[in-house]
Every structure is written in C-alpha cells, then in structure tokens.
Design a binder for this molecule. Structure first.
Ligand code: ADP
Ligand code: ZN
Length: 599
C-alpha cells in the first residue's frame, strides 16, 4: 500500500496534517528526520505510516513504559501488528514478542530505551529486518533533569550499528537549545528538521488573579467543564490532597497524584483517569509526561509554574483531539513571593540561580502581559503571530495604567522599614502601613508614626497586593530571607529617584468566559444541538465496549469521531466509513454496533 492508502484505510483519515506528508515521504525514502511538533500535532503517524510502508519492523523507542500497553492495544484495534518489550513483562510474554519479531509478524515494536543497552536486545534486532528507528520524547537526551538520559545517550550508537536504517527523532519541546542538543547527541547532523508551529489554537489560555483558588476552580468546573476530564496542577503534595478532597466533597470526581503516594496507588489513579470518562486528576507536575489521553478538556494551575516551558508542556496536555479546551491559571502575590524565595533558597551555583530567575521572569511576564497571551507564548519559542481572539486578554482586554505613584509609595515604605535592623517585614505590614491600619503589629513597632502611614487610601488591600505583585514581577522589588522581607533593587531606585515610569495591568471587571474557539481545519464541525443525545448514546456504547475489552475509551473511538458520527447520522456502513477516524478494521469490528446504536 502507498502512504495515502495506509492513511485512509488503516487510520481512517482523509488527509495529512501540517508537515506529516513531507515527513512520511522523507522517512519512507530512507532519510533521517528531527520532528518538532506540539502535543496533539500528530507525531505518531510520522513513524507509524513509514513503518507500515517500508519493509521490516518499525522500532519505536519510548520511555513511557506505563503507556505502552495502551499504545499497542490502540494499534491492534486498527489492525496494525504491534508489540512491546519492557521490564514489566514476564519472560514468556517477552519471548512471544521476540518470536513474532523474528518471524516478520510485527509492523511496529515499542521498546523501552534501557532495552537497547542490553546486548541481547541488540542481537535480537540484528537478526530481524528493521524498517526504521523512531526515537520518541527525544528531549530526554538533553541536558537538564531527565531521568532516562543515560539510556537515551546510548541511542547515538544506533547509527553505527544500522547505518542504512532511517531514524526519526520526535519531541514536543519547543526551545531552540533543546533542538540543537538533540541533533548533536543523537548524531542527527544530516537529518532533515521539521519544525511545526507550536500554536494550539483550540486551547483557550486564561490567567486570573488568585483570590480563593479552590472556589474559583470549582466555579470554572461547574460553569464550563461539568463532567469533563481535566488535570489540576498544584505545587505541593499537601495541596494536591486538600484540593482533591475539596472537589470530591463538592461533587466533582477527583483523584490525587504525587510522588508521596506509593507506586501502586499512582498507577491505579493514572489508569482510572485514562480509562474512565470525566475524572479530574489533581497532581503535582510529577504527573502527565506522555499522557496521550485525547479528551482532556481543561488543565488548571492553582500555583504558578516555574517556567514558560513547564506551563506550555502542562497546558499542552489539554485538547489533543483538537476540540475546544481551557488552560486556566490562578496567580497571585503569594506565588511570586514563594517562587522568588524558593530560588533564593535553592542549592546550586550562581549560574544555576540566574537561569531559574530568567525562567521565572519570563513566566511572570506572561502572567502580567496586557497583550495576547498566545502571541507572547509563541514569541518565547521564537514563533510570532497575530492576536488570537481565544485568550483572556484578547476576549476581555485589560487596561494598563500609570502605577508610578503607587509604586513609589510602596517603595518608600519598604525603604523606611529597611532601617529597622532587628525586625523584618513582608508585604502584609507594608500594605497595613499604607492603608493606615492600626494593627497590633503596626502599633508595636510604632509604624503609625512613619511619614508613609496612611498615605495609600486610593487603593484597597487587593489593589495594593496587585501593585506589590507587579513590582515583584517586574523586578522593581525583591524578597529576601526567611520571612520573605521586601527589599529594594537597583530598579526600585530608578523609580524612586530617577523618574522611571511603571506601567501596570488593571484586571478587567469580569473574567473572560466567552468561547469563540473554532474547530481546526479537518476537525469535525461542532454538533448541532439535536445530535447531543445521540452523542451521549454513542459515548455510553463506547464506555461499555472499552470496559469489556479493558482498554481506555479513546482506544475505541475519539470524541471527535463520535461527534461527527452523531452529526452525520450515517445510515449505512459505507457512509459510516467516510467519517474521519473510522478505518477499515474499526468499520468491520464496530460498524454494525454503531449503526444499531444510532437506530
Ligand atoms: P502527538 O503524538 O504529536 O501528541 P498524536 O500522534 O497522538 O499526537 O495525534 C494527536 C491526535 O490527532 C490523535 O488523536 C490522532 O489520531 C489525530 N491525528 C493525527 N494525524 C491526523 C490526521 N492526519 N487527520 C486526522 N486526525 C489526525
Ligand atoms: Zn490572544
């Protein structure tokens, strides 16, 4: 079969997306490729189709052992002969897969990277015919903080052992430095680079001021994501537990996930999240790498991510199926104080700390921007764009205001408190002084006698917290020491003595709620209202079928496919076969059941 025929008959898709066709043809022709595509961009087809078209087995290296079974199940459901080898298998399961490989009965073989450091695996591979090597999650080879790095570094030898087998490395990590490092470490100097746009148009980005985060979250879920699957990220294990408990008490089915839970509980919660419809996973960032659940409808952050890269990766887990999804972050003064302090307390040299500061500053700039969030996000990755119309700042533009005078008031207060050596004061005391509040602590330290006492009645408490937050975000103020004492920076002095102006963001009165996301090209049109009950019936059929087979629901059909079926209401198998995502194997396996469900 040619590549288009495979696309149509096996996967049930009419056309390639983005660079897919070019990549597929390049690899089928024997070329090496480095593929940079956002999550949900469609990386899998870039090696799956060449594996089916080229002679031999496509060998896919992936660190995500826990997900291999699901990946292989999904392929088998398409009629693709797939298997995997990793450390979770019993020896006899492994020998079965090895035998299938040698007998030429596999199209695709998934391997954990550490397998390739075992000489026995290498010898096995040498006895079979290999169509290509796909190196998934290729950023694992890069320098910082990846568990699988030694195994990935060893992959540079593939090229020497199999000089004629094409290699395709894939990642959703968007930074140029990582690209260069992947190319170098994996010896992909001659590979063709394919860099897709990192835009995720179906994700609506929203960053809101944090007041009562749990309540705000619940409101979001109730108003916009009732019954949807989603991920809530929290910074600490403790807040993961509390938030999950809070959601459950309020009628939202939620599961916790963090490194403090034993591995059995973690695996069970992950598996339930993947398999059941409409669960919310409350997690630390330990959760999510490689999770390819397509129908995650929202990703909510209750704490500030440490970098734009992290934010992009985490929010990117929403909406892989291309349907409208929400990325929502609640952010406040305490986040800035806490993160600045964590950097100050961190181990590591000056250079390491400077890097952390740069990462945090970029994240803060994204939070405080009055421009389109998406444009700013993409600019961070070296890709620009036009204002998107699908982020909070586009939908309800915030205003800027000249905050120079309030900034000077805060900075003068901090300056006066600086002279008190014995005691350190944070944002709370500063604001109480500005507001002229005679609290016990103000009286105790005679702060009501300061010349700045009561000079800030033009703003209320939350207004002042916003000013302090933005000064911290802009580096015009800093925090220091155990009590997060506010301290002046070189920038503060420019504001106090050299006439530097400070522009601030005024939060819009009402939060953006308008959904204007248009489905991507090639994605189904949104369903007409009368199709909704049909969609629900199809979902129920899918849940039952998935349960029977012990696979996640999306392995049977994606939401997008079910929506299109509900909208088109096909009356025959032939009509059903034209729906995007219904290939030949699925048509013969499930076609009649679907028609029965529709009838
Ligand atoms: P990635 O690995 O890049 O995150 P996937 O390969 O999982 O993305 O693809 C994301 C989703 O897009 C999947 O649901 C996949 O079936 C779908 N998809 C990929 N390519 C196409 C295409 N050409 N037409 C329609 N759907 C596609
Ligand atoms: Zn925008």
């Amino acid at each position: 079969m040619g590549s288009h025929e495979v696309l149509r008959r096996v996967f049930g898709y009419d056309s390639y997306r983005g660079d897919q066709q070019e990549i597929v043809e390049h690899v089928i022709g024997g070329g090496d490729a480095l593929v940079l595509m956002p999550t949900g961009g469609g990386k899998s087809l870039c090696y799956q189709i060449p594996s089916l078209v080229r002679e031999g087995v496509g060998v896919v290296v992936s660190p995500l052992i826990a997900l291999m079974q699901d990946q292989v199940d999904a392929l088998r459901d398409l009629g693709v002969r797939a298997g995997f080898l990793n450390s979770t298998q019993y020896p006899d399961e492994r020998s079965l897969v090895e035998a299938e490989f040698l007998a030429g009965e596999l199209d695709l073989l998934y391997l954990a990277p550490e397998r390739l450091r075992v000489e026995q695996t290498v010898r096995l591979l040498e006895r079979g015919k290999i169509a290509l090597f796909a190196i998934d999650e290729a950023h694992c080879v890069a320098q910082w903080g990846h568990d699988f790095r030694p195994d990935y570094l060893a992959l540079s030898h593939l090229h020497e052992r199999w000089p004629d087998v094409p290699r395709v490395a894939l990642t959703a990590t968007a930074t140029a430095a990582t690209h260069a490092e992947i190319a170098e470490r994996l010896k992909l100097a001659d590979a063709k680079h394919f860099v897709a746009s990192f835009d995720r148009p179906n994700i609506q980005y929203r960053i809101v001021p944090k007041n009562e985060p749990k309540k705000q979250l619940l409101e979001l879920l109730r108003n916009e994501h009732d019954g949807d699957a989603g991920i809530v990220y929290c910074l600490s294990r403790n807040s993961v537990e509390k938030t999950a408990e809070f959601l459950n008490q309020n009628g939202v089915k939620a599961l916790p996930y963090h490194a403090g839970l034993d591995s059995g509980t973690r695996a069970k919660n992950q598996s339930r999240f993947l398999r059941e419809d409409g669960l919310v996973m409350v997690a630390t960032i330990a959760f999510g790498m490689g999770i390819d659940k397509p129908d995650v409808r929202f990703v909510a952050h209750l704490d500030l991510p440490k970098s734009v890269e992290g934010y992009y990766q985490e929010t990117g887990r929403a909406g892989r199926d291309g349907l409208p999804s929400t990325a929502w972050l609640a952010y406040g003064l305490q986040d800035v104080v806490q993160q600045r302090k964590m950097i100050e307390d961190s181990d590591g040299d000056q250079q390491h700390r400077r890097r952390l500061v740069a990462h945090l500053d970029a994240m803060l700039a994204l939070c405080e921007t009055v421009e389109c969030r998406r444009v700013q996000l993409l600019e961070y990755f070296g890709q620009g764009g036009e204002p998107c119309g699908n982020c909070d700042t586009c939908l309800v533009p915030p205003e800027t205001w000249d905050g120079t005078v309030p900034a000077q008031k805060v900075l003068s207060t901090v300056y006066r408190l600086k002279n008190e050596r014995r005691q350190k004061f944070g944002a709370g005391q500063t604001i109480d002084i500005l507001l002229g509040r005679k609290t016990a602590k103000v009286i105790q330290f005679d702060h009501d006698t300061l010349s700045v006492f009561g000079i800030g009645t033009e703003l209320n408490e939350s207004g002042w917290r916003g000013v302090v937050r933005q000064l911290l975000a802009q580096g015009l103020l800093a925090v220091e020491g155990e009590y997060s004492t506010l301290v002046l920076t070189p920038g503060s002095e420019e504001v106090l003595y050299r006439g530097r102006k400070v522009l601030m963001r005024r939060e819009p009165e009402r939060a953006a709620k308008v959904r204007t996301a248009k489905p991507k090209k090639g994605e189904p049109v949104d369903m007409p209202a009368e199709a909704a009950p049909v969609f629900e019936r199809l979902r129920a059929w899918r849940a039952a079928t998935a349960k029977e087979q012990g696979v996640p629901a999306y392995v049977i059909f994606h939401d997008a496919t079910l929506r299109q079926i509900a909208a088109n209401a096909p009356g025959t198998l032939a009509e059903l076969g034209t729906v995007n995502g219904v290939g030949e194997n699925k048509l013969s396996k499930y076609g009649q059941q679907i028609l029965d469900t529709l009838a």
